[in-house]
Design a protein around this ligand. Sequence first.
Ligand code: HAM
Length: 438
Amino acid sequence: MATQVKKTFQSPKGTFDILPDDQKYWEKVRKAVKHVALSYGFERIDIPMFEHADLYSTAIGQSTDIVEKEMYTFRSKGGDLLALRPEGTAGVMRSYVENGMLNLPQPVKLYYVGPMFRYEQPQAGRYRQHHQAGFEVLGDQDAVYDAQVIIAFLAVAQELGMKNLRVEINSIGCPKCRPAFRTQLVRFYKTRVAKLCKDCKRRLKDNPLRLLDCKEEKCEQLKAYAPNLIDHLCEECHNHFKLVFEYLDELEIPYALNPHLVRGLDYYTKTVFEVFVEDEHVEGGSEKTHQRSKLALGGGGRYDQLAKTLAGKDIPSVGAAIGMERLIGVMKRQNIKATPLYKPEVFLVQLGAFSKKKCLRLFEDLRVHGITVAESFGKDSIKAQLRSADRSAAKIALILGHKEAIDGMIIVREMDSGAQESISMEKLIKVLKEKLKK
Ligand code: HAM
């Protein structure tokens, strides 16, 4: 009978494992996000990883790439049409309304950290499961919060020691001023339709603002001559935008106005922004070249109409999200270090069945006293165990032979110098605390 070849499983395309070696970076980022969030008064919220699919299509917009092409939509056994969350803002707003947060003192400041799912073509910095850290200020229209969200975003990057960041900012107006601009934009592009890429020909009908975001070279060239929204803002939007600048200037936050920044989600009004990092990629095989490029670390903006669209309520809000994979990629490229999470201080070496049992108890005692212990209980030879102790980088090895175990003694060995002494078990914790300066 032919032997059956077993299928080897691989993680789905565009997903990856976060292995133990990388966890230190994730922990460092989560810590910085939490610290910054709490220092600006953002409280943590956790929302489900899936919601009713129409929450996203209503919030993000039917004719956006996310809703048209990238949602993981599925029917539950009960027949509900659900979708894995492609982003966090829609779910946070749903939760705010559902949980009556309108009755709390406003604004309500929330932050979240977690995975998002988008069926995108995977490439460097673009995955089908990615993680975001998001900040949302709900229930206040004051431009000061647009500035504060940008400042909090930058504070995370600063706390991590990142360099070469650039804030680009724009205002995309409101339902009062945007329709007239839209008409002008359509008029401009209609006379140049032949010069547009395939996607933009479609966008011209469905979502003309997105034409300004196209990265195709021929569309980029046209864009330079396209009308600017900034020139068409109503008085309210203009004044609001001016205030955002003033608040950023007050804190000397550098930013650049990018009149073509529109973002890929339809819920935005007024301020939109993105934070880029001037990044260095190494490309090519044998002949490697260093390419500098602009990578979007994250972005956000104001979404004053979202609650109206979702629930008929007036809840002006603003927020932003950071792409955590991109942040960590840049940290590594900028040589930002993260401290390993597992750093054993003491390694337990046991010789013989009796001392192994004693070591099991000793492990618990040390752990309870806050001393981090490593072991290789599965190995019996002293040589193999000392080799593991060496690899573990523990400062001290504790060696418990059969005789020591019976006499209530233990050998304390300094791994660096090899110096060792035999001490009574009763004194062990005190001696270790002194040696480890605890
Ligand atoms: P977004 O720009 O779609 O905004 O995503 C935020 C960030 O998540 C991006 O700048 C990028 O760093 C990262 N990101 C997005 N898609 C991927 C992907 N496929 N792979 C890796 N990283 C990715 C939002 O999601 C809005 N909800 C932000 C917001 C919050 N606006 C207001 N409040």
